[in-house]
Design a binder for this molecule. Structure first.
Ligand SMILES: N[C@@H](CCC(=O)N[C@@H](CS)C(=O)NCC(=O)O)C(=O)O
Length: 209
């Protein structure tokens, strides 16, 4: 799998999970063909054969068809030898996996409604439901504090360097100000998110359509 020259296909929509993969492809300088889909195209049989969840992202890399953005990011790192997924270091893998799991079980759920109401819905021209979000503030603060405490004295969430865990955790929280996530009280979270935005591929991951 290492360093093969074939061009991968990346199926994407403009949303947080594809953002991780698109940013990584750009950051690692991987040659890729980008296939933009609309929401209706996600549900068509041709795409459902690649990704039965009918969601994005999906990649096709030779005979490998892969969905789930975190698995795709790990695959791309293995392919290019990037230490953003520490394939040859089990101790570091455990660190990265801890944060990927925490993201899926806690963080994404805590910030997801803010992201959905302010970024996704507003993107479709609908108004955010701020009454609903009032009920989500406690969880956002609870897990925001966990992350803030962890990031004290750290620039990245795992392994003291940029890993796929940073891209996974940041993908819904990047636009936290616009999404009115209650993170102004968490200086380490803000410093980390602002720091990621200085990575060109993270700040602007979107291919031209
Ligand atoms: N856990 C999946 C999430 C995939 C997912 O939910 N993708 C969303 C965009 S962030 C999507 O395709 N939404 C369109 C839809 O559900 O119709 C991953 O990380 O790849």
């Amino acid at each position: 799998m290492q360093n093969e020259a074939r061009t991968i296909k990346v199926y994407w929509i403009q949303a947080q999970a594809p953002r991780r993969v698109l940013a990584l492809v750009k950051h690692l300088g991987i040659e890729a063909e980008f296939v933009h889909l609309d929401l209706a195209e996600l549900k068509k049989p041709d795409y459902a054969r690649l990704n039965p969840n009918m969601k994005a992202p999906t990649i096709v890399d030779g005979d490998t068809v892969l969905w789930e953005s975190n698995a795709i990011m790990a695959h791309l790192c293995v392919k290019t030898g990037s230490k953003m997924w520490p394939a040859d270091n089990p101790e570091e893998q455990i660190q990265v996996m801890r944060w990927l799991a925490w993201n899926d079980c806690h963080w994404a759920r805590a910030v997801g409604d803010f992201y959905f109401e302010h970024i996704v819905k507003v993107g479709f021209g609908a108004a955010p439901d701020r009454e609903l979000l009032k009920t989500k503030v406690d969880d956002a603060r609870r897990f925001g504090k966990v992350l803030d405490d962890h990031l004290a004295g750290r620039d990245y969430v795992a392994c003291r360097r940029l890993t796929i865990a940073d891209f996974a955790l940041a993908s819904m929280a990047t636009d936290w100000r616009e999404a009115e996530m209650p993170f102004a009280e968490f200086p380490n979270v803000v410093r980390w998110l602002d720091g990621l935005m200085r990575i060109p591929a993270w700040a602007d991951p979107w291919p031209s359509r």
